[in-house]
Ligand binder design. Structure first.
Ligand SMILES: [Zn+2]
Length: 537
């Protein structure tokens, strides 16, 4: 107990101690001053309990910082002594003691000044004439009515965060105040305010939620929000705030900066609930001097706390939200346009690419066709040459060795002195025998160009073309009755003639080999011409 009656006035031993300490007296000097001036009154039982009137004894503790106190002489308990013990226990366990001491001194001074005209008694909570399980910092009693206000300043709201102990403590405390018939006012130290201007959102610890309150102004906000934030606008609000709550439940919390003597009322709606805290969305906040906040309202039933009537703020809130929604929709529309533009652009590029590819494919096909035509023309030329060679072979003079004849035919003049087997005249060349021969050769050519060859589909392009190319190669490389073929070489020859394959060379060798065999077989069958065919890899 820090107070006792002395000569019908309240003597606060702690207040006195602090006064002396402020005069720069040491603990020992302070104690001596008390011993010299007041010990004799204690001995004469002049100090009596504020609660039960029993004589109390003055106790001066030795240790620095510890409070001086009174105790019943008979060491018995009354509600005052018990409440004091409960209060001290809670403060030392759950509060920032030094901050609380300073804060309560300031609060007391302001409360006494502001409430002076209203016939109220401002008393420390532990002076309550009834034993309580939770002791408020101040009790404000209205002398002319039953009304009683509980006033608390919370300094360390994060206590027992993980265990949730402090939250439970505050929850029980508020319930007890209500049961006891107190109207409760809670002020949280400003250092606990956590709010982000950019998102308009903040966090309240579960403990803090128990010291929020709901006033008439909050009810007005609820009605306003329910009436104006509906349908699309409500959906938009839920979306941008990430809110999960089912209804608007406006509340407020009072933060106090005791050093600057300022009070900030934060009005908010809880938007989502988490394990140890809630996320809130700020509706308004007003910072007023503590003296203004703690002055009596017009109805004399509440502190003023904030600037009264927030109609303008509500309209401003709605205007801003509507504008924000409009802006958001414009942005969304822009985004959709931009996406469509990108898609169209991609489609255009794709189509152009396809056109380009088709064009280059057509050009390639054209080039291939041209190349094949050139090859065909070359082949026809070669065919004519071949026929000429064959014709001349038949004209070979007996004296000339066949190996030498083919070569020499190119220098026709050299053979003018040889005796020809036949007279080479144009008219003779067209004789009946020649006609039969020509027919046979055409048949051979027909067979060679059309007889099915297995594995031919490994070779791209017209089936006649590649056969013609191979025949051309044979003509260039065949001696009279022997034909030695290197498949690798002939494949190279075919490639240089513009032929492509859809299988590897090793596989392509099979149809080529078959064709060579067909060639030898057909020549033998149709022309009675025996060719010694040697096929090399
Ligand atoms: Zn007592």
């Amino acid at each position: 107990m820090d107070s006792a009656y002395l000569h019908n006035s309240i003597f606060n031993i702690e207040l006195k101690r602090r006064e002396l300490e402020l005069q720069d007296l040491t603990r020992t000097e302070v104690k001596r001053r008390f011993e010299d001036n007041f010990r004799v009154f204690s001995k004469k039982s002049a100090f009596t309990c504020l609660c039960c009137n029993k004589p109390v004894n003055m106790n001066l503790t030795k240790d620095e910082g510890r409070p001086f106190y009174f105790r019943h002489n008979d060491e018995s308990e009354c509600s005052y002594s018990e409440n004091t013990r409960t209060y001290d226990k809670h403060v030392s366990k759950l509060e920032d003691k030094s901050k609380k001491d300073i804060g309560l001194t300031i609060f007391r001074e302001i409360l006494e000044g502001e409430l002076k005209p209203y016939n109220v008694e401002i008393e420390r909570g532990f002076h309550y004439k009834k034993k309580l399980s939770f002791i408020t910092d101040f009790i404000i009693k209205f002398v002319n009515s039953e009304e009683c206000w509980a006033f608390d300043y919370f300094t360390a709201i994060d206590q027992g965060l993980t265990s949730g102990r402090y939250a439970r403590h505050l929850s029980k405390r508020m319930k007890t105040y209500k049961e006891e018939g107190f109207k409760s006012f809670s002020f949280v130290d400003y250092s606990w305010l956590s709010f982000l201007e950019e998102t308009n959102k903040g966090t309240l610890l579960t403990a803090e939620t128990y010291v929020t309150s709901k006033t008439h102004e909050d009810d007005l906000w609820d009605k306003f929000l329910e009436g104006n934030v509906q349908g699309d606008l409500l959906n938009f609000f839920m979306q941008v705030t990430g809110a999960t709550m089912r209804e608007f439940n406006t509340r407020n919390i009072a933060y106090v900066d005791v050093f600057n003597r300022l009070c900030t009322i934060f009005r908010f709606i809880p938007t989502s609930q988490h394990d140890r805290n809630i996320t809130f969305y700020k509706l308004s906040s007003s910072e007023v001097p503590l003296t203004r906040a703690l002055s009596m309202n017009a109805d004399q039933n509440h502190f003023v706390l904030s600037k009264e009537n927030e109609d303008d703020k509500r309209n401003e809130f709605l205007k801003e939200l509507t504008e924000q929604k409009k802006q958001f929709e414009i942005e969304q529309q822009k985004l959709i346009y931009e996406q469509e533009r990108i898609r169209a652009e991609e489609e255009r590029i794709k189509q152009e690419e396809e056109k380009r590819r088709a064009r280059s494919k057509a050009e390639e096909a054209g080039r291939l066709k041209q190349r094949q035509r050139v090859q065909e023309l070359e082949y026809e030329q070669m065919e004519r040459e071949m026929q000429e060679i064959a014709r001349r072979a038949e004209l070979r003079p007996i004296e000339v060795h066949p190996d030498g004849w083919n070569y020499r035919t190119k220098r026709q003049a050299q053979y003018s002195n040889f005796t020809y087997q036949q007279t080479p005249t144009v008219s003779n060349y067209e004789n009946t025998e020649d006609k039969i021969d020509k027919k046979k050769k055409e048949k051979v050519r027909e067979v060679l160009l059309s007889h099915p060859i297995s594995g031919e589909l490994y070779i791209d392009g017209d089936t006649k073309y590649w056969r013609k190319v191979v025949l051309k190669w044979i003509n260039e490389n065949q001696s009279v009755d022997t034909l030695t073929v290197s498949l690798q070489m002939i494949i190279g020859y075919m490639k240089s003639a513009g032929i492509s394959f859809n299988q590897n060379d090793k596989i392509v060798k099979y149809p080529i080999k078959d064709f060579l065999e067909l060639y030898a077989k057909t020549l033998k069958a149709e022309l009675k011409q025996k060719i010694e065919l040697t096929v090399q890899e």
